[in-house]
Design a protein around this ligand. Structure first.
Ligand code: SAM
Length: 245
């Protein structure tokens, strides 16, 4: 067994255990608020934007966890929301919600059981920081997203990577990397970052899949429009987005 499957299995076991017990009270209602301020409200807002963008077409939420955010999107969405998660306990928790249109699927984001371009929109809420292998995860998200499709991402980052040489930074776990490094991963798989916002440790991205061929060697931030308007739906409150860092 190589390193990633071992770490991944341990993470899956931990989340499966937490799903029916402590996950929502401790993580969603506690840790997300502590590290991301109004992250929960911002994540719900990303869900509403995802539903609007999808306009009835299929949405993928991965990792869906207990379906806390995926369920809210499914309530508002007239089409299918596939809620995929690696941890069986999380999939069971989503299933127990029994929300029409929300389809729980056990899957590793590195090997999603969907055809290329299957989804118009992807929600990836507060998950990339715990999933080993950022590049592979982002590449697979881009694969299952249709051309012109949008991905809404929130991720908690401690941003130690900015203090280290680039080569060392790339080897760090995602949680220790910065917003610019995550944006560069998106750009390298053909996703153009169209909006970015940071609240405490929470980094929120909106990215669109480019229609034509893309370069795997696109450098950090290349082609990025990360300074486009913030994700805040209220234009009066909306502040100018900063470049990811
Ligand atoms: C912090 S939770 C976020 C879940 C949900 N989006 C939320 O905000 O409540 C991280 C989730 O990632 C899942 N996960 C970890 N590795 C994964 C992988 N390789 N593929 C899919 N899900 C994964 C865990 O099981 C866990 O449910």
């Amino acid at each position: 067994m190589t390193e990633r499957p071992r770490i991944q299995a341990a993470i899956g076991g931990l989340y499966s255990w937490a799903a029916p017990r402590v996950y929502e009270p401790v993580v969603v209602k506690g840790a997300f608020r502590l590290f991301g301020g109004n992250l929960t409200e911002l994540a719900f807002d990303q869900g509403r934007r995802a539903v609007g963008t999808a306009a009835g077409r299929p949405i993928l939420d991965v990792p869906a966890g207990t379906g806390y955010f995926a369920g809210a999107a499914a309530h508002a969405h007239p089409g299918i929301v596939a809620g995929a998660d690696y941890a069986w306990g999380m999939v069971q928790a989503t299933r127990r919600r029994a929300i029409a249109g929300l389809v729980p699927v056990q899957a590793d984001v590195h090997h999603l059981p969907f055809r290329s371009g299957a989804f118009a929109v992807i929600l990836c809420t507060n998950g990339l920081q715990v999933i080993p292998g950022l590049s592979g995860a982002v590449r697979e998200l881009a694969r299952v997203l249709g051309p012109g499709g949008t991905v809404y991402v929130s991720v908690l980052l401690a941003s130690l990577g900015g203090l280290l040489p680039a080569r060392t930074g790339r080897r760090l776990p995602t949680v220790l990397r910065g917003g610019a490094a995550v944006a560069a991963e998106f750009e390298s798989v053909g996703l153009t970052v169209t909006a970015y916002r940071r609240v405490r440790f929470a980094h929120l991205f909106e990215a669109v899949k480019r229609q034509g061929p893309f370069s795997r060697s696109g450098g950090p931030g290349r082609g990025s429009r990360a300074e486009s308007p913030s994700l805040d739906p209220n234009p009066r409150r909306a502040r100018r987005s900063r470049r990811p860092r």
